[in-house]
Design a protein around this ligand. Sequence first.
Ligand code: SF4
Length: 508
Amino acid sequence: MIPAFFNSIVTLITRTSVDLPPDVRRAMRDALGREIPTSSGGQALAIIAENIDQAVEAEGPICQDTGMPTFEVKVPVGANQIWMEARIREAVAEATRRGKLRPNSVDSITGRNSGDNLGPGTPIVHFEQWERDDIEVKLILKGGGCENTNAQYALPLDLPHLGRADRSLEGVRKCILHAVWQAQGKGCSPGAVGVCIGGDRTSSYLHAKQQLFRTLDDVNPDERLAALEAQVMSTVNTLGVGPMGFGGDVSLIGCKVGAQNRLPASFFVSVAYDCWAFRRLGVVLDAGTGEITQWLYRDGDRPSQPMFEPGTVGFVRSGHERVLTTPLDEATVRSLKVGDVVMVNGRMYTGRDTVHHHLMAHEPPVDLRGGVIYHCGPVMVKEGEGWKMVAAGPTTSIREEPYQADVIARYGVRAVIGKGGMGAKTLTALAQHGAVYLNAIGGAAQFYARTVKAVDGVSLLEFGVPEAMWHLTVADFPAIVTMDAHGHSLHKDVEQASGEKLDLLAKV
Ligand code: SF4
């Protein structure tokens, strides 16, 4: 029995979800200074920076996808790990109830959301004994969008644009570059990568993720790996993927590489991609009381340094934005071009994986003609009879690629909002039916929650909070046209241009 243990874990979860650590803030401040403020990438970073400050102010999740809670716990010899794991699980459920974590644990067979982030394999808790008398708990919250962009390579192999990747550090370098390139904006760039050379398939991924517990500005104690990290960081940003995959000068804010012994026949390179919302913190606890004696990854007890001076806003309107009011008509939508910044007003409906699958066999519960579908799985808190939206950024749209064209054609949807872009089938449907894809800024969950003026209702709540169809009224919701009704796709263009840059980097 350690009296304060439960409260300390709830505090750790809360702070991890709402307050980015100083090393990540420094990297994002540096990124902000490197992009042209009026460019799409610059505007995206301004919204992200504003969102980082808003999350602290509101004590709300930085991003609505609070990810898979992963705890690394070090305990003194003889500590009761069974008791601690039970309290950690209770703390996760409590943080979920308070709206600091989104309910993210879904039965893989039935699709049922447990509602409290508990279930087989959730949360992930790893214990290790050490010779010290205190307890160390580290936590990382890594969301699904960036998790889906992880990559594992079995060397030797041939990589598009980069050629042969041999079983050498040069081969590893090529794998890292390929992973960053193929992620484009889907993992909410600029991101950071944890890399493992070696291990087996499972231990390799685990070790890659563990690299993300290093600070972005540390130096690898292994000189060979330090040189590799430096080499990647000195060239990777010439790729031009840029913030959110819009193109630009900052694609990656960190590269951390570790190595594990391997079998002679295997040579795996695993890349764990984390987004800009790089939520990782830790605490040291008194083993007798459970009180927090020290925060890890923070500058002592000093409060976080805001991204902007008080009273300054990040996203500044240029005056050239197109104001859209729903429902949208075909002529308005066809007048939009890739690169236009729009401010959306009126009704939109959230819909992601389960809703899109549902719409293949069922009529929509609302009239979607002229409507806007927002790929978003929000964090919601029940307030009396109603609901309060706590966090509401976009989710990765490409998952809906098998369905989106049919949904647009059948139900007359005029705009789809998400992040990371969509594929050729959707692009064709946009042109055929007069619709548009709008890229909102991934992870900017607090920023977008503030544009929601009312939660007017909800359909399909049986799918769980993130997957339900929420009826929202928004005002001045900014997004960028990245796929238009004329067959143009910024995502396709950036992927092609950055692929050509990969050709050059293969020879560096
Ligand atoms: S910032 Fe983007 S990739 Fe990261 S958790 Fe949020 S939605 Fe997912």
